[in-house]
Design a protein around this ligand. Structure first.
Ligand code: PLP
Length: 523
């Protein structure tokens, strides 16, 4: 069906179900939202103040002559604009957010309360260290817990996302090789890896050598061994992997990697599945990032900054970046410059201006303390249970690429079951929006055709899982047997925007508003 250029619903569709065939374009109390520039003209002003008396110009002739061209808005106009936009933003606080690999779990309000305590929320990284001893102590306690949970030797808190953590860990690996005088230039990455893994390796100038997955979706130690050689610096492996499977040969992979003089980087974004069950250090891992915004419930992306601490093995510990903290008697000291570096440390340098995301450290530690070690283990168990509950609820209708066997914290379906229906993974996902669900991760991992990767996390109750499964079962049956495919092809029919050209939006983002040029002016 035709849609106008901005993807706004054009009125009742073939189905007659368009939500916005209203005079205003509003749909009930859900308002159509023009751009700020369209609300307030640049000639308008939101405040009414007397003209200032001309003072003496002190800019030496550099004063702006023309108007800035900002929209003039009143406070209620500006406020309503942003409040309405925020209501369009789907969030974990609004409903199930089953994005596989992303671990969108509930962000407990207790975490928020603790992060706002003045002693944590109102401090500045340039304050004298003696005035922030409590904050540094909190970072120490958090580090201690992360080391305990991972069974690793050292840690850096400063990376600000998982991908940033990958860079930190790989820089440690590079520094370790350089310290030995070796110039290895290849990094092994399995086919099923998250895109950030090869991107990190390539960004650092490494050549990426990919390792094929086995028919069962896991990586064989034999395949790793075959790819190893004197030029291989490291392997980057995700465990549990992005197919939702625990790598059964991970310990053997670590052994062959070390035997070949390389290091083992583990992408720990899926740590939520194994907290309290397996310690990565026991598997032979040398470096791993932990996404506090996944496993330890701190907000993601638009909801707040991420945090990607990296844990390190004995071999890599000396290369951890500045800054780091050390204990001196009953005080803590931040080592911030190369001149202060303590014995045994040879940091690869510095990654960020300050010490990382303090607010995230407070939230993550609050999550840990409020759960306790038994609670964290149970969270992992429940995350795995919930994923398998969904798997069991859908496996008769949807197909699993690696056979009908238990998964870890996320369940992966492919699109084989949609064959000959004319419905694609994308259509199916869009139809989920009309049913009130944020779609799962689609078309990732790339090793699976038409992938649908569902991760419910431990946050969801049985009732919400049942509702989710019920909706997907209904849609799956409609896709297979229903005669009216418009439910899929026209979806989403009930969202404020319809099917947008997402590729174009990503490739040619229009980030700037320009005033429409009138015909006369253009001529
Ligand atoms: C989320 C994720 C990353 C990247 O983490 P960011 O914090 O988004 O940078 C890397 N690998 C895997 C497997 C992930 O799920």
């Amino acid at each position: 069906m035709a849609m106008n250029t901005q993807g706004r619903p054009p009125g009742p569709g073939a189905s007659g179900k368009s939500a916005t065939d209203t005079f205003t374009g509003n749909s009930g109390l859900d308002h159509e939202q023009p751009l700020l520039f369209e609300v307030g003209g640049t000639a308008k002003t939101g405040v009414d103040m007397p003209e200032p008396k001309a003072g003496k110009a002190r800019l030496g002739g550099l004063e702006r002559k023309a108007s800035v061209g900002l929209p003039g808005l009143t406070e209620p106009e500006a406020l309503r604009h942003y409040v309405r936009l925020s209501q369009r933003n789907y969030a974990i606080d609004a409903g199930v957010y089953p994005l596989g690999s992303c671990t969108m779990k509930h962000n407990a309000r207790l975490n928020e309360k603790m992060a706002r305590l003045p002693g944590f929320g109102d401090i500045h990284p340039l304050q004298p260290q003696k005035t922030v001893q409590g904050a540094i102590a909190l970072m120490e306690v958090l580090s201690g817990y992360l080391l305990e949970l991972t069974g690793m030797k050292a840690l850096t808190l400063s990376p600000k996302a998982g991908a940033h953590g990958e860079l930190a860990g790989m820089l440690c690996i590079k520094a370790a090789h350089e310290a030995k005088g070796s110039k290895r230039n290849i990094v092994l990455v399995p086919d099923s890896a998250h895109g950030t893994n090869p991107a990190t390796a390539a960004f650092m100038g490494y050549t990426v050598r990919s390792i094929p997955a086995r028919a069962d979706g896991t990586v064989a130690a034999e395949a790793v061994q075959a790819a190893l050689g004197p030029d291989v610096a490291a392997i980057m492996l995700t465990n549990p992997n992005t197919c939702g499977l625990f790598e059964p040969e991970v310990a053997e992979i670590a052994r062959v990697v070390h035997e070949a003089g390389a290091y083992f980087y583990c992408d720990g974004a899926n740590f939520n599945a194994i907290v309290g069950k397996v310690r990565p250090g026991d598997l032979g891992i040398d470096a791993m990032h932990i996404n506090l915004h996944k496993t330890f419930s701190t907000p993601h992306g638009g909801g707040g900054p991420g945090s990607g601490p990296v844990v390190l093995s004995d071999a890599l510990a000396p290369f951890a970046p500045l800054p780091y903290s050390i204990r001196e008697g009953d005080k803590f000291r931040l080592v911030e410059t190369e001149g202060e570096v303590t014995k045994g440390h040879t940091p690869f340098g510095r990654l960020t201006a300050f010490h990382g995301q303090m607010g995230m450290f407070v939230r993550a530690l609050t999550y840990m303390l409020s759960h306790g070690s038994d609670g964290m283990r149970q969270a992992s168990e429940d995350a795995v249970l919930n994923a398998n509950y969904i798997r069991a609820g859908l496996r008769d209708l949807m197909t699993q690429p690696f056979g009908d066997k238990p998964c870890m914290h996320e369940v992966l379906f492919d699109d084989a079951w949609l064959k000959d229906t004319g419905v694609t993974t994308l259509d199916f996902s869009k139809a989920m929006i009309d049913e009130g669900f944020h779609p799962m991760t689609m078309y990732f991992p790339l090793v699976v055709h038409g992938a649908m990767l569902i991760e419910p996390t431990e946050s969801e109750s049985k009732q919400s899982l049942d509702q989710f499964i019920g909706a997907l079962r209904f849609l799956a049956k409609e896709a297979k047997q229903g005669n009216d495919k418009s439910r899929f092809k026209e979806a989403p029919r009930l969202a404020p925007r319809r099917r947008l050209d997402e590729t174009k939006a990503a490739r040619e983002p229009r980030l700037r508003w320009r005033p429409a040029v009138s015909k006369e002016a253009a001529e």
